[in-house]
Design a protein around this ligand. Structure first.
Ligand SMILES: Cc1cc2nc3c(=O)[nH]c(=O)nc-3n(C[C@H](O)[C@H](O)[C@H](O)COP(=O)(O)OP(=O)(O)OC[C@H]3O[C@@H](n4cnc5c(N)ncnc54)[C@H](O)[C@@H]3O)c2cc1C
Length: 487
């Protein structure tokens, strides 16, 4: 692996190019930064290691976490406020949420919606209330964080805030709305005057007396040194593709399936650390639970002893984090024929049980859990469900129904989870990269998954694109209007 130590500016004899602002990465954070830097009057150069734009952002479902009373929320008859959004995110994205970031994010969320619309990003459609990761075309808003499930539903007035970029003919999981989002952002950046170079990997920062004044990149196998007169914005994604970094910072995330691209190699984080940047929550990750939410809501989830461990009708990423970090993936889904039939009619995709039996002790033996524990778990759940109650976990009455034999069990113990990292560079609300003393590193800015942002430890779908675009804009604006490196 090549070095990440900074290059002293005194070693640079000839600059191979220059701009006011150099942005590393042309995903949602980088494109948003480029737009605002260019609009602040800067001459902007975006570099991307890949052969084209988009990164993980273009592969994504295009769900953006926005609220506080957006026009789409109002059109769907949803009441929301910045205060409710702040309180919910503080609970759901913690522990260790950054209150200052949350506060500006929630306060300016409606304005950010308008900014995205101004870039041509389309939001239309109705509220989708079925349990799923994504909504079909025609639905523009959904719950994406467990707002309407225990424990949050009893603590904060719930509101759906997952705003889904509209895209015709999308096929969830194959061709999703993230592409549509990115198409508008990169076009807007180009219209604002930002230039782009692909197949150009930023490898090291160039520093002059503590100020970041440029980058060393590699293109066509050759190193190039590019001067950034006002600042460098790192927008190069997370570190889920770097096994050594995963094993060092968050070993439970290692060995899973990366929801991202090869570009998520953590190099941006390491380059910035090499000039003194602080990091936050490097153990945190988004963890997609590997079972269809439409099945999970209708089932019970069991741990390695045959006990329930979570409310099944919450955000599946929350279940994923609980199952991976607290249960070490030793979990099962138990459902019945009614759930099977409902799933077939609602989704057309039937569950695939590992075992089927009328007899709980027989299932317990197959699962390797104590028979009396499994039997008691199902009997207790059923007795409460018959009264529309779940005193143990607070599952909503909409999903409570006694489970009847024959039962199906899906064994998830060896199934990898879809993950991406949430930990990263510590940044200010202006997008400045901070050192371990909390001071900005002159000339260095960052946004997106190279940073730790709104999803500090906990995650809600849409907070990654939301945070990347929102703080990407701020980083671009701060860099574009800055003076670092001009001296
Ligand atoms: C299938 C899928 C579905 C998802 N759905 C959602 C969703 O609906 N909502 C949501 O909020 N999030 C979603 N996510 C997560 C989200 O897409 C990402 O976390 C987010 O897009 C990260 O944005 P970014 O700009 O930080 O990074 P990226 O979009 O990955 O962009 C980083 C760019 O930097 C480039 N790069 C990397 N290293 C270098 C380097 N050294 N030099 C130059 N360039 C470099 C990469 O090539 C890439 O183009 C999803 C992800 C996937 C894969």
């Amino acid at each position: 692996m090549s070095r990440t130590a900074p290059v002293p500016a005194s070693e640079v004899r000839v600059w191979d190019g220059e701009a006011d602002v150099v942005v590393a990465g042309n995903g949602s954070a980088g494109a948003s930064a480029a737009i605002e830097a260019a609009r602040a009057g800067a001459d902007v150069l975006v570099l991307d290691a890949a052969g084209g734009w988009g990164g993980a952002s273009a592969m994504s479902g295009g769900e953006i976490y926005l609220g506080g009373g957006t026009p789409l929320q109002k059109a769907c008859g949803v009441t929301d406020s910045p205060e409710a959004m702040f309180r919910f995110l503080q609970l759901a994205t913690g522990p260790g949420a950054d209150d200052e970031k949350l506060s500006v994010y929630c306060e300016h969320s409606v304005e950010h919606y308008d900014w995205l619309v101004g870039c041509g990003v389309p939001f239309v459609g109705e509220l989708w209330t079925e349990p799923s990761w994504e909504a079909p075309t025609g639905y523009g808003l959904m719950y994406t964080g467990g707002e309407n499930a225990a424990p949050f539903v009893d603590l904060v007035p719930p509101a759906p805030r997952g705003h889904i970029v509209h895209m015709e003919d999308k096929k969830p999981g194959e061709r999703s709305a993230g592409w549509e989002l990115m198409n508008h952002l990169v076009r807007t950046a180009a219209d604002a005057g930002a230039a782009v170079r692909y197949d150009t990997r930023v490898e090291r920062l160039i520093v002059d007396d503590g100020v970041v004044v440029g980058v060393e990149a590699v293109t066509a196998g050759q190193p190039v040194r590019l001067r950034a007169r006002r600042g460098v914005v790192l927008a190069s994604g997370g570190f889920g593709a770097d096994t050594a970094m995963l094993e060092q910072h968050s070993p439970r995330l290692a060995g899973n399936w990366l929801v991202g691209t090869d570009g998520d190699d953590g190099r941006g984080i390491r380059m910035a650390q090499a000039v003194g940047a602080a990091v936050r929550h490097m153990d945190a990750g988004q963890v997609a639970f590997p079972a269809d939410p439409a099945l999970v809501f209708r089932s019970i989830l069991l741990d390695a002893r045959g006990r329930r461990f979570v409310t099944e009708d919450t955000y599946p990423g929350r279940i994923g984090q609980t199952a991976l970090f607290r249960q070490d993936r030793q979990v099962f889904v138990l459902f019945d024929e009614t759930a099977d039939e409902e799933l077939r009619s609602k989704t057309g995709v039937p569950p695939r049980p590992t075992w089927v039996s009328d007899d709980l002790p027989e299932l317990a033996a197959l699962m390797g859990v104590p028979a009396d524990v499994l039997t008691q778990t199902v009997e207790t759940y059923n007795a409460h469900a018959a009264r529309g109650e779940d005193p143990l976990f607070g599952k909503s009455a909409r999903w409570l129904r006694p489970l009847r034999p024959p039962y199906g069990v899906v064994d998830l113990r060896k199934i990898p989870y879809g993950i991406f990292t949430l930990g990263g560079l510590h940044t200010s609300v202006r997008g400045e990269v901070l050192d371990s003393g909390g001071d900005p590193i002159p000339g260095l800015f960052a946004a997106g998954r190279v940073t730790n942002g709104i999803p500090a430890w906990g995650y809600c779908s849409g907070t990654s694109l939301g945070d990347a675009t929102f703080f990407g804009r701020r980083a671009g604006r701060a860099a574009g209007s800055g003076t670092a490196g001009t001296g």
